[in-house]
Design a protein around this ligand. Structure first.
Ligand SMILES: Cc1cc2nc3c(=O)[nH]c(=O)nc-3n(C[C@H](O)[C@H](O)[C@H](O)COP(=O)(O)OP(=O)(O)OC[C@H]3O[C@@H](n4cnc5c(N)ncnc54)[C@H](O)[C@@H]3O)c2cc1C
Ligand SMILES: NC(=O)c1ccc[n+]([C@@H]2O[C@H](COP(=O)([O-])OP(=O)(O)OC[C@H]3O[C@@H](n4cnc5c(N)ncnc54)[C@H](OP(=O)(O)O)[C@@H]3O)[C@@H](O)[C@H]2O)c1
Length: 278
């Protein structure tokens, strides 16, 4: 289908180069699946054309009111074409939207034999790669999915923990209601803990993949968080971020038998899904 116009209905500048933005297509919300992405197109004067870029949808398929995104203004080595234009826009301005697409982070609900897949779902988001997992959290919550959902977010600075309040509220709700009703955990990792700006941080430090790093006893911080050794039999992994984040997680979990689509099991299955920043 051709691109459609969409109006900006909300922007929240988290810092000078990080924004949450909501868009409403003027012809109504198309159907999409939680975990997909779409293109945002904007005219770039210097190129005399519309330039389009892919953005992960941070809202879930049950939300028929708007699309939400979390977008970084790319500044180095040169200002990014689309993000520079986007950061000048305000509520009421229009952009062009492509159709929702992408199968890489679609949530599996069944095993290959058709039985329900009750394994925990662990999501690893590097920076704005958290976006699809915000959609996952809302989707699991709204559809009353009983599986355990764990979201791990990695950022350089504390003010880049873009959805900390929402995810902390979801975890508190899980503690209040009990894991049989809503089973959710959230942890963040700050990768530049020595920088002055991060001086108040007392959570996990290092890049987000270090949640999978085993100590001398063979237990990782993630194992401790969920209270058991994470294996392909009890856990599925979803990763979105830099290729380095994906490779880093795979390096830690490969010995436990986790594989992704690049190196599936003999029957073609894999329990790690990923989308790379590319
Ligand atoms: C599936 C998918 C989902 C995505 N989801 C998100 C998301 O949720 N949030 C998000 O923020 N981003 C996301 N992205 C990234 C996004 O698509 C864009 O790549 C990003 O916003 C940069 O676009 P831009 O047009 O601003 O930068 P571009 O103009 O494309 O520039 C890209 C890079 O190249 C450099 N560059 C440009 N011109 C030159 C030059 N002449 N010489 C040297 N270097 C140059 C720029 O400095 C910049 O580092 C996603 C990408 C994919 C593939
Ligand atoms: N699905 C996608 O394809 C997708 C989604 C979202 C964003 N993006 C694009 O990706 C780019 C950067 O995203 P961002 O600004 O959100 O990230 P970011 O905030 O710069 O980094 C997020 C985390 O990733 C770490 N990191 C940086 N380089 C890494 C590497 N090579 N390997 C492993 N970890 C690394 C950082 O650690 P340090 O503190 O050590 O640097 C930080 O902890 C932007 O251009 C954005 O538009 C793509």
């Amino acid at each position: 289908m051709a691109d459609t116009k969409a109006k900006i209905i909300y922007t929240e500048l988290l810092k000078e180069d990080l924004v949450i933005i909501r868009l409403v297509p003027i012809n109504g919300m198309p159907k999409f699946r939680t975990g997909q992405w779409l293109t945002i197109g904007l005219p770039v004067a210097a190129e005399n054309k519309i330039v389009k870029r892919a953005y992960s949808i941070a809202s879930h398929a049950e939300n028929r009111d708007y699309f939400e995104f979390v977008i970084r203004w790319v500044r180095k080595p040169l200002p990014g074409r689309v993000t520079t234009e986007l950061f000048y826009l305000s509520v009421g301005d229009e952009v062009l939207l492509g159709d929702p697409t992408g199968e890489d982070l679609i949530i599996e609900k069944k095993l290959p034999n058709g039985q329900p897949d009750n394994r925990r779902v662990v999501c690893v988001g590097g920076g704005t790669g958290l976006a699809p997992f915000i959609a996952f959290a809302h989707h699991f919550h709204d559809t009353n999915d009983k599986r355990q959902l764990v979201i791990l977010h990695g950022a350089s600075y504390v003010d880049e923990l873009s959805y900390k309040r929402l995810l902390t509220d979801f975890e508190n709700e899980s503690l209040d209601k009990g894991p049989d009703k809503w089973n959710f955990k959230y942890r963040a990792a700050i990768s530049r803990p020595k920088e002055f700006y991060n001086r108040s941080w007392n959570g996990h430090v290092g890049r987000v993949e270090s949640f999978f790093k085993e100590n001398e006893q063979g237990a990782s911080p993630l194992d401790k968080l969920v209270g058991e050794k994470v294996t392909p039999e009890n856990t599925r992994l979803y990763i979105c971020g830099y290729q380095g984040t994906i490779d880093g997680v795979m390096d830690y979990v490969a010995d436990r038998g986790f594989v992704n689509r690049d190196n599936p099991h003999k029957d073609g299955t894999f329990e790690v899904k990923y989308e790379s920043y590319g």
